[in-house]
Design a binder for this molecule. Structure first.
Ligand code: ARG
Length: 482
């Protein structure tokens, strides 16, 4: 048997070595090394599958498995070092296996391609990492729910156009993020539904040349079933785009709440104080305490949103099936998942430790915020809404121009604008009353919010079930070594 001269698995038909600058340019092991634990697990299953078609004798399958166990230990001990000639993680692991087992190692790549291998590894990697994202989301959801429960009686203005609009409970506001995030967990469920299929056995593009038991391979790796078309399997990366899209939706949500809280922690708003441990000082101005944790979440959302765009651009004009361009999918998806997970964790701490300043929020509940309630009041007295809107608009204008805020008005002041106003109007000017009027489904009324909290608890239960489902699919790659 001839030995490799260049360390390239494809060297046979080449006369020249690769240009060293190009070699470095094309090398992916620097970033796809994180797929190594999955590659080892895939190799284990592949060796068994090759045993079933007679490429390996039973004894050889055992040898491969033992060698993979050793490699896993070396990997966990941080003792695997790629050589400059190792193009990617697949070549690296094949080389190490071959160094241990000689010709037995050289047979591991029978009937497969790096094209189906890389998709399989990456799906497994994403499945495990999205499970981590889900876990972190559950922790954040729990925090939001606990804070919502505590702050049922605290009121603040809800804003539209960043202008004070109507009073809501802090509980209702915090739950709004809970529901946005719960849609992210639903997206994770959809990801699993759509993408938990096994590409291995698709070969380079036409399907393996050996009668591999693909059901066995799929099940052994925690996939629901084998992919149904080899061309689609090696060419498609929508499972990567979808994973990043989930992160992008999530980061866009976190970024908006971060923005609110950054504003709200200013002296001008003063609605909340961020915990000191999540803020930083200035190198120059001794008095400063800055909300950098939230600013960074807002900033990192740019990275994650850009990752989605980058992937869509990467894909859109590639001819089928596999092209080396696809190697460029990994850095954006790894980064998007890393940054999202870190952001969720930091945001969870911010939620856990934020101090809400009820008195400042209360001060911001300008009586004009009850203008809609006042119009509703006139509607109840029989006026068409448009007319009621006009009348209350005039009242507000007068209150502003005459510097006579609504709560200082007596009945005569009101009756100058509309003779149907009665003694009961004063109740309608209280923020608590405004909130209490809204107990319909999805409203900020206390009873509606209590029902929302109950539903959120049920949603958390559902999320824990989904987590258990993800966990049941975990393969040895992520289990701690015994
Ligand atoms: N490193 C490659 C990637 O990430 C693996 C697949 C290489 N396949 C090939 N035909 N060169 O896409």
């Amino acid at each position: 048997m001839s030995r490799s001269k260049t360390g390239k698995v494809w060297e046979g038909r080449f006369r020249q070595r690769p240009d060293p600058e190009f070699e470095a340019f094309s090398r992916s092991v620097g970033f796809d090394f994180r797929l190594a634990p999955y590659e080892l697990e895939v190799d284990r299953v592949w060796a068994s599958a090759l045993g079933k078609v007679g490429i390996y004798a039973e004894e050889e399958v055992r040898l491969v498995h033992a060698a993979l166990d050793e490699l896993r230990q070396l990997l966990q001990a941080g003792r695997i070092e790629p050589l400059p000639s190792d193009e990617d993680v697949h070549v690296l692991i094949e080389r190490l296996l071959t160094e241990k087992l000689g010709p037995v190692g050289e047979r591991i790549h029978t009937g497969r391609s790096r094209n189906d291998l890389v998709v399989t590894d990456l799906k497994l990697y994403l499945r495990d990492n999205l499970a981590e994202t889900l876990s972190a989301l559950i922790d954040l959801g729990r925090q939001l729910l606990a804070r919502s429960y505590e702050n049922r009686d605290v009121l603040l203005p809800a804003y539209t156009h960043l202008q004070r609009a109507q009073p809501v409970s802090l509980s209702h506001y915090l739950l709004s993020l809970f529901w946005a995030l719960s849609r992210t967990t639903r997206r994770l469920r959809q990801w699993l539904e759509l993408h938990n299929t096994c590409p291995l056995g698709s070969g380079a593009c036409a399907g393996s040349g050996f009668a591999i038991d693909r059901e066995f391979v799929a099940r052994s790796l925690g996939f629901r079933e084998p992919t149904g078309n080899s061309v689609d399997a090696v060419a498609s990366r929508d499972f990567v785009v979808d994973a990043v899209h989930i992160c992008a939706c999530l980061m866009s949500d976190l970024s908006r709440y971060a923005e609110d809280w950054i504003l709200w922690s200013t002296a001008e708003f003063g609605f909340l104080t961020l915990d000191e441990s999540l803020t930083t000082g200035s190198s120059l101005m001794p008095q400063k305490r800055n909300p950098d944790s939230l600013e960074l979440i807002r900033g990192k959302s740019a990275r994650v949103l850009a990752a989605e765009t980058r992937l869509q651009f990467l894909l859109k004009a590639q001819p089928l099936t596999y092209n080396r361009d696809l190697q460029e999918d990994k850095e954006p998806v790894f980064d998007a998942l890393d940054q999202s997970l870190a952001s969720i964790r930091i945001f969870t701490k911010a939620v856990e430790k934020a101090q809400w300043v009820g008195s400042r929020m209360r001060q911001a509940l300008d009586p004009a915020l009850m203008a809609t309630d006042l119009a509703d009041y006139l509607v109840q007295k029989g006026l068409p809404f448009r007319e009621a809107h006009r009348i209350v608009g005039r009242m507000i204008l007068y209150a502003e121009e005459a510097c006579k805020p609504l709560p200082t008005w007596d009945l005569r002041d009101f009756r100058r604008f509309c003779d149907r106003v009665d003694h009961d109007v004063f109740e309608w000017l209280r923020p608590e009353f405004s909130v209490r009027r809204r107990n319909l489904e999805g409203g900020t009324g206390p009873e509606a919010v209590a029902r929302q909290i109950e539903r959120a608890q049920q949603e958390l239960e559902w999320q824990l079930g989904l987590k258990a489902e993800f966990d049941s699919l975990r393969i040895a790659a992520q289990r701690p070594s015994s």
